[in-house]
Design a protein around this ligand. Structure first.
Ligand code: XMP
Length: 504
C-alpha cells in the first residue's frame, strides 16, 4: 500500500516522496512512464504525477500509463502533472509569454485540497506552460494574481492538479495541502522510521544474500549509520576506517568506541604516514584533494585485496549527493559524488546505497533507532580530505597538531555553551600567516586561526552564524592560552556565496 509518485523529471520528485514520509505515509517513486502492472504491484492508494521539464504538447512528452486516468485511485498532478491531466482530459495548455518563477500568493482557494487553510497562502511557482482551458466538468480551486488557474479538480474529486509546488519549503503550507490530499484519498498513515528501517534491512538482506560487503567508514553520520545497518541486517561485512592522519582530535577512538560494541566488523587502517608523505610540500587545494582521493583508493585497494573478495561496496550516499542528469528517474545516469568516488569503477564492485533516497535528517532518525551514539549522530559535516583543506598551504604534522588542538577547543566550547546544534557547521582554519603579539613581556610571532561557523539548510548556501560576542571573546582568549603557537584569532564573516564553507 503506497502513494505512488510518478517521476516526470522534476528536481523536486524525491522531495515529494520525502514529504509523504514526513506525513507517515509510505511512498515509492516510479518512472513517469511505468506500465500499470508495475504501478499495481505497489497497491497504490493514491498517485502523484510529478513536475518535469517537458511541455505536454511537445512530441514525445512523457505520459503515464492510461489506467492512471481511469481514476481507480485519487490522482494529484503537480506542475507538469497538472498540465498533463488538463491536457489528457481535453483542456488546453499553452506556453506563457514568460515563465512564472518564484513566490506567489493565492487570492482564492477552496475544496478538499485547501481544507482548514486560513490566512495568507504563499506558494512557489516554477513553470513556463499554463492551463488556459479546463476540461469539461473541471473547476478552478485556487488562483493567484498572475495565474487564474493555480489549482484545479474534476467534478467527482478523483483528480486534482496544482500548478505550484506544495513540496518545497517556499510553499509554507504545502505540507497541509499534501496532507489534505492524503486524507481525501483515505491513505493510511502508519509509516514510521521503525518501519522504514525494517524495510531497509529486509532489502539489504535480500540483495546481499550470502555475498560479502565492503564499506568505507569516514566517521560521519552517514557511513556510520550504514555500518550499523549492515551489522543489524546480519550481512557479512567489513567496515574499513582509514586514518589518513587528517582527522580531528579523538575522532578515530570515537568511531571505534561507537561502532564495535554494536556489532560492526571494523578494521582501522593507519595510513597517516603515507598520506602525509604524499602531501608533503603541496600547497594547491585541488592537488591536495587529488592526492588524498588517489591515496585513499590505493590504501583501500590493498585492504580489499587482502580481505576480499567482496561483491558489494556499500556507500552512505544521500539523496542530495546524487546528481542526476535531466533524463529523470529510470533513464537517468546517476553519478555519485562522494569521498570514495571512483572506487566501484576501479575495483569492479556493485554499489549498495540504501540511503540514496533519504535526506540527512532522515538518516539521523535511523541512526537513533540503530543506537549510534550522539557525538557521531549529531556531528557536523566533515570533508573527506579532512584537516588537509583546513591547513592552508602545505600540510605537515606540526600544523595539523596545532589546528587539531585549537579546533577541539572551539568545538568543545560550542557544545559547552549549547551552541553546537545551533549552527550547521563549525570549523577552524589555520592560516600560514603569522603576526606579532605580546604576552607578558614576551614578543610572540604566532599563526592566525580562523573560526568559521555557518547556518545552512543543506550546505548549498550558507550564512555566517551570529554567535554571541561574549562566546567569541571566550574562545579567542582560551585558544592562544592553550595553544601558544596561535597568536591571533579571527572570525569569518563571509556567507556562501560568494565564499564556500571550507577555505580550500
Ligand atoms: P563548500 O566548502 O563547498 O562545502 O561550501 C559544502 C559542504 O561540503 C563539505 N565539503 C566536502 N565534503 N569532500 C566531502 O566529503 C570534500 O572534498 C568536501 N569539500 C567540502 C563542506 O565541509 C561543507 O559541509
Amino acid at each position: 500500500m503506497a502513494v505512488v509518485v510518478l517521476d516526470f523529471g522534476s528536481q523536486y520528485t524525491r522531495l515529494i516522496a520525502r514529504r509523504f514520509r514526513e506525513l507517515r505515509a509510505y511512498s515509492v517513486i516510479l518512472p513517469g512512464t511505468a506500465p500499470w502492472r508495475v504501478i499495481e504491484r505497489e497497491e497504490p492508494e493514491a498517485i502523484v504525477l510529478s513536475g518535469g521539464p517537458s511541455s505536454v504538447f511537445a512530441e514525445g512528452a512523457p505520459r503515464p500509463a492510461p489506467e492512471v486516468l481511469e481514476g481507480r485511485v485519487p490522482v494529484l498532478g503537480i506542475c507538469y502533472g497538472m498540465q498533463y491531466l488538463a491536457h489528457a482530459f481535453g483542456g488546453r495548455v499553452e506556453r506563457r509569454g514568460r515563465a512564472e518563477y518564484g513566490r506567489a500568493v493565492l487570492t482564492h482557494f477552496e475544496g478538499p485540497l485547501f481544507q482548514g487553510l486560513t490566512g495568507e497562502v504563499q506558494v512557489w511557482m516554477s513553470h513556463a506552460d499554463a492551463v488556459t482551458r479546463l476540461p469539461d466538468g473541471w473547476r478552478v480551486v485556487a488562483s493567484t494574481e498572475e495565474n487564474p488557474v493555480a489549482a484545479i479538480q474534476d467534478r467527482e474529486g478523483r483528480f486534482f492538479g496544482v500548478q505550484f509546488h506544495p513540496e518545497v519549503s517556499h510553499t509554507p503550507k504545502g505540507l497541509s495541502i499534501l496532507e489534505n490530499f492524503l486524507e481525501h484519498a483515505g491513505v493510511r498513515r502508519n509509516w514510521t522510521p521503525g518501519r522504514v528501517l525494517e524495510a531497509m534491512i529486509a532489502d539489504v538482506r535480500e540483495r546481499v544474500a550470502d555475498s560479502r560487503v565492503l564499506l568505507a567508514v569516514s566517521g560521519g553520520v552517514d557511513s556510520s549509520t550504514l555500518a550499523l545497518l549492515l551489522a543489524r541486517a546480519g550481512v557479512d561485512h567489513l567496515a574499513v576506517f582509514v586514518d589518513h592522519g587528517l582527522l580531528r582530535l579523538g575522532e578515530r577512538e570515537e568511531v571505534e568506541r561507537s561502532l564495535r560494541p554494536l556489532g560492526v566488523n571494523l578494521r582501522v587502517v593507519d595510513a597517516s604516514g603515507r598520506f602525509l608523505q604524499a602531501l608533503a610540500g603541496v600547497a594547491d587545494p585541488e592537488e591536495k584533494r587529488r592526492i588524498i582521493g588517489h591515496t585513499f583508493i590505493e590504501v583501500f585497494r590493498v585492504v580489499a585485496e587482502e580481505a576480499g573478495p567482496f561483491r558489494f561496496l556499500a556507500q552512505g550516499t544521500l539523496y542530495p549527493d546524487v546528481i542526476e542528469s535531466a533524463g529523470g528517474f529510470g533513464a537517468a545516469k546517476i553519478k555519485s559524488h562522494h569521498n570514495v568516488g571512483g572506487l566501484p569503477e576501479e575495483l569492479g564492485f556493485e554499489l549498495l546505497e540504501p540511503f540514496r533516497h533519504l535526506f540527512k535528517d532522515e538518516v539521523r532518525e535511523l541512526a537513533l533507532l540503530l543506537g549510534l551514539p550522539d557525538p557521531i549522530r549529531l556531528r557536523h559535516p566533515f570533508p573527506g580530505p579532512g584537516l588537509a583543506i583546513r591547513v592552508l598551504g602545505p600540510v605537515d604534522e606540526q600544523k595539523l597538531g596545532i589546528l587539531r588542538r585549537a579546533d577541539d577547543l572551539f568545538v568543545s566550547l560550542l557544545k559547552e555553551h549549547g551552541l553546537y546544534q545551533e549552527v550547521w557547521q563549525a570549523l577552524s582554519v589555520l592560516l600560514p600567516v603569522r603576526s606579532v603579539g605580546v604576552t607578558g613581556d614576551e614578543r610572540r610571532y604566532g599563526y592566525t586561526l580562523v573560526l568559521r561557523a555557518v547556518t545552512s539548510v543543506d550546505g548549498m548556501t550558507a550564512d555566517w552564524a551570529r554567535l554571541p560576542h561574549d562566546f567569541l571573546d571566550e574562545v579567542a582568549r582560551v585558544i592562544p592560552r592553550r595553544v601558544p603557537e596561535i597568536g591571533r584569532v579571527v572570525y569569518d564573516l563571509t556567507s556562501k556565496p560568494p565564499g564556500t564553507i571550507e577555505w580550500e
